[in-house]
Design a protein. Sequence first.
Length: 182
Amino acid sequence: MDERRPGIRPRPSLWRRLDAAARRAFPAALAGLALLFLAAPLGLPAQAELQPEILLASTFFWSLYRPQAMPPPVVFLLGLVSDLLSGTPVGVSVMTLLLVQGFVFRWRRFLTRQGFAVVWLVFSALALVSALLDWALVCALRATVFPFAPAVIEACLGIGFYPGLALLFIRAHRGPAAPELA
């Protein structure tokens, strides 16, 4: 129930408060677990390339549809963990993810009214721009020019995996991560 509406409400129990906290933390915890899973030596094809793209997709989706579940300090922490796990210079993922989140916050009102195809197209553009930005930052910080093709392939992996990830995120958005109604 909305706290601004008058009425008699039962005092929230410890379990109810824990449930609400778990629902709020679910998106960030899911992204963190995905980071740790993809950092483990599992031998999956393109495992290292999927790590930043799944984090980008997670940040994009949850910042768009549930911004209170993915606040900027959490995105900062996830980006920092991603940088430390992947070996990229510290701050590259942080900066990219926070810029993507800022874009999503700015265009949230427009994007939430659009269909999936438009949202996917916007994500695709952001994935390509973030890959270019990551590549440029890593080249500048390491003072060398790396091939650009791996960055484009990484972005294409993210673009290709986004519909499946969005489907999982939508189910979580309506299921275990759904806000408490009462």
